[in-house]
Design a protein around this ligand. Structure first.
Ligand code: ZN
Length: 59
């Protein structure tokens, strides 16, 4: 594995999704490809971690 890929998160904005919409937050609803759970994420994210199953999703 190339050295630069070790221990590195995706270089775009993202993070752990939430199960419920944040009041006052700019969020979008995405459905997890793996388990089908609804995930609320920030609208500028490029990836998220499903709150239900932990799968990495790319939008
Ligand atoms: Zn999931």
């Amino acid at each position: 594995m190339p050295e630069e890929l070790k221990g590195k998160k995706p270089d775009k904005e993202g993070g752990k999704a939430k199960a419920e919409e944040e009041v006052g937050g700019r969020t979008r609803l995405y459905v997890c490809y793996n388990c089908g759970a609804g995930n609320y994420v920030a609208n500028y994210w490029s990836w998220f971690i499903c709150h239900a199953c932990g799968a990495l999703n790319y939008m």
